[in-house]
Design a protein around this ligand. Structure first.
Ligand SMILES: [Mg+2]
Length: 255
């Protein structure tokens, strides 16, 4: 069997987490009175859906705050590094509390996909730009289990130098799984995630989430409206085809 592991993205893939993240950011900004820190900032530190959709192109929470702060060169973020770290830590705590209230469910098909993978004795991993405490909070809220009971390997955004669309977090997951990219299937909801997975040499299934529906996912190896439609037998056939074609190309180059 060529397929040995499934590697899941977290936000937007396992669950529609982004609205909860947005709420956690906004409640943190209000609690820390950031308008007082950055009074020159004319824009509101309460991100609406449109603003958040734009900011989601920047991966990572700290990076997202920095991006908003420095947009249009309004404020130089360099002297504010520790304040941004403090805000992000508080936001992560708040996100965990909101998750703990049981307001989030897995996306349709995800629980079944993980169960099916277990029956086939495949390993199950996570490669995410979010931080590890967020993965732990989501696992407890949505699976009623600790993250390392649900996943064999967790590679999180705070462990790599470059976040998605860079391949680093997928490469870290592969290293911990001790598997080649051709043995694994990446499961994503966004263009940044798709680019990261494919740059790491993985076959990638994409099912867009609420915040990524307007992106162009035509480069996906398999694009589906919902994860309920993932058929692992079909996926394995497609993976075999893709990777044999790829290795054929490499051989051709050398002859
Ligand atoms: Mg995602």
């Amino acid at each position: 069997m060529p397929l040995k592991a499934l590697i899941f993205d977290v936000d937007g893939t396992l669950a529609e987490t982004e609205e909860l993240h947005r709420r956690a950011f906004n409640e943190t900004f209000a609690a820390f009175d950031v308008n007082h820190d950055w009074p020159d900032q004319e824009r509101s530190w309460q991100w609406d859906e449109e603003t958040y959709a734009r900011l989601l192109k920047t991966t990572g929470g700290k990076e997202r705050i920095t991006q908003y702060l420095s947009e249009d060169a309004v404020i130089d973020p360099a002297p504010w590094k520790s304040r941004i770290t403090e805000l992000h830590r508080a936001k992560t705590t708040r996100f965990g509390e909101l998750l703990g209230n049981g307001e989030l469910e897995l996306r349709p098909g995800i629980a079944e996909l993980i169960e099916h993978a277990r029956r086939l004795r495949l390993r199950v991993a996570v490669a995410t730009t979010t931080s590890r405490p967020n993965v732990e909070a989501l696992s407890r809220a949505c699976f009623a289990q600790d993250a390392d009971e649900v996943f064999d390997v967790i590679a999180a955004g705070d462990e790599v130098a470059a976040k998605k669309p860079a391949p680093d977090v997928y490469q870290l997951a592969l290293k911990r799984l001790e598997l080649a990219p051709t043995d694994c299937l990446a499961i994503e909801d966004s263009l940044n995630g798709l680019n990261a997975a494919q740059s790491a040499g993985l076959f990638c299934v994409v099912s867009p989430s609420a915040y990524t529906r307007t992106e162009d996912h035509s480069a996906a190896d398999l694009l589906l409206p919902e994860f309920e439609r993932v058929d692992l037998d079909d996926v394995q056939k497609m993976m075999r085809k893709k990777h044999s074609r790829f290795s054929g190309k490499v051989t051709a180059k050398h002859t």
